[in-house]
Ligand binder design. Structure first.
Ligand SMILES: NC(=O)c1ccc[n+]([C@@H]2O[C@H](COP(=O)([O-])OP(=O)(O)OC[C@H]3O[C@@H](n4cnc5c(N)ncnc54)[C@H](O)[C@@H]3O)[C@@H](O)[C@H]2O)c1
Length: 368
């Protein structure tokens, strides 16, 4: 009862769903895309296409439809996928007009009716499709991981910058109200001297062919730590194993060092039953556990021994992310998930894989 009252009294714990966020995050200000209206097009409507209508693409498509229903300046212009079956799903279940559906992505790129592309195709195609889209003058929201090498990721960042196009990455947890709350608490030094973080990202899942868990699931926890701390690790260490197949890790234990004291530990597994997406923040004064999937934050107070849940209202993170993408182009806002964040995340993942391969700690060497 006491802790409930305490939560009620503190209005800073109140969160509302963020749909059309105009709030800038100064630390993430990057090269700005030129807004639609001044690119010579004088268009009032932003025409967005989704490339890839598989598991993730279908979710993304339905959020663009929802966004278009509430924001008259946004239109889901096209959806492209390789298979008739996926396009059929878009037509029958998502009720998209047949003329919006395409099997050939070249037509998206050459179409003047498409201003921006959300790329939801397999990881190994990200660089190729994003490069083609940027070269065709389209703004891009590219799913994670941004590319399979930091060199490719930085090349995409450079092209977007040169062409004044918006390039964002699908780091969805930057749009999670629970993590936003924890980020604000960290900025206020609410936890006191910060000791370490622990992230458990585990699920029982058939390992995707040709993909290891570090590049597939690893982008989220690595990015969350950067989102919370605004820092990149200086050193990483990783052990990983494949169990159900000969190679390509299905389980990984990662340690990231930020300075002499601060650590972040990440556990990744496709073998552990039960889906867990959990973060622990351990500090001198207080600690927190965060169920990132359900957006539940629990605080453990070392001073009075109380523990209590924060009053966080879970939001629709995909809708927030696609709204932010549209707004970044329409209103030239700052970016919460800009290309350089995606590229540095890939660089950290590369170092993690190198550590696993060479069985030693690796200095990451990024700007923190
Ligand atoms: N942000 C997140 O939380 C999150 C969650 C899941 C997946 N993802 C990312 O989304 C991407 C897609 O993952 P998925 O699970 O939906 O995979 P998926 O295999 O279910 O879907 C990929 C789709 O891309 C299509 N595709 C492939 N090549 C194409 C081409 N040349 N032209 C048109 N379509 C093409 C395929 O037909 C398929 O439908 C991956 O990069 C993944 O990492 C992100």
């Amino acid at each position: 009862m006491h802790t409930f009252k305490r939560v009620q009294e503190d209005q800073t714990y109140k969160e509302t769903e963020v749909l059309f966020e105009q709030q800038a995050q100064p630390e993430l200000q990057q090269e700005q895309a030129i807004p639609l209206d001044v690119r010579g097009k004088m268009k009032r409507i932003l025409d967005i296409a989704v490339l890839g209508a598989g598991y993730w693409g279908r979710k993304v498509i339905s959020e663009y439809l929802q966004l278009a229903a509430i924001n008259p300046r946004v239109n889901l212009a096209k959806v492209c996928d390789l298979t008739d079956e996926n396009l059929e799903y878009c037509s029958k279940v998502l009720r998209l007009d047949k003329e919006k559906l395409d099997l050939d992505y070249d037509t998206l790129l050459s179409s003047n009716d498409v201003d921006a592309l959300h790329i939801c195709t397999p990881n190994e195609t990200h660089y190729k499709f994003c490069l083609a889209a940027l070269n065709a003058g389209k703004h891009v929201l590219l799913e994670k991981p941004m590319a399979l090498s930091a060199r490719e990721a930085w090349e995409l960042v450079a092209i977007a910058k040169r062409k004044h196009l918006c390039l964002q990455v699908g780091h969805i947890y930057r749009f999670n109200n629970a993590l936003k709350k924890v980020r604000n608490l960290l900025a206020e030094n609410y936890f006191g001297n910060l000791y370490y973080m622990k992230l458990q990202w585990t699920t029982l899942f058939p390992s995707p062919i040709d993909r290891d868990i570090i590049f597939d699931l690893g982008p989220h926890p690595v990015d969350i730590v950067n989102y919370l701390l605004d820092r990149w690790p200086i050193k990483v260490c990783c052990s990983g194993r494949a169990y159900r197949r000969k190679s390509l890790a299905e389980v990984a234990y990662i340690s990231m060092e930020f300075d002499e004291k601060l650590l972040a530990h990440i556990e990744l597994s496709w073998l552990q039953p039960g889906k867990v997406r959990e973060l622990s923040v351990i500090g001198e004064k207080r600690s927190a556990t965060v169920d990132c999937a359900h957006q539940v934050v629990r605080i453990f107070d070392n001073i009075d021994g109380n523990n209590f849940a924060l009053d966080v209202v879970p939001n629709n993170t995909i809708l927030s992310e696609v709204s932010h993408f549209a707004n970044s182009i329409l209103a030239n806002n700052n970016h919460r998930n800009p290309g350089p964040v995606g590229a540095n995340t890939v660089a950290v993942l590369e170092s993690i894989k190198r550590s696993m391969r060479e069985n030693k700690a690796i200095n990451v060497g990024l700007k923190t």
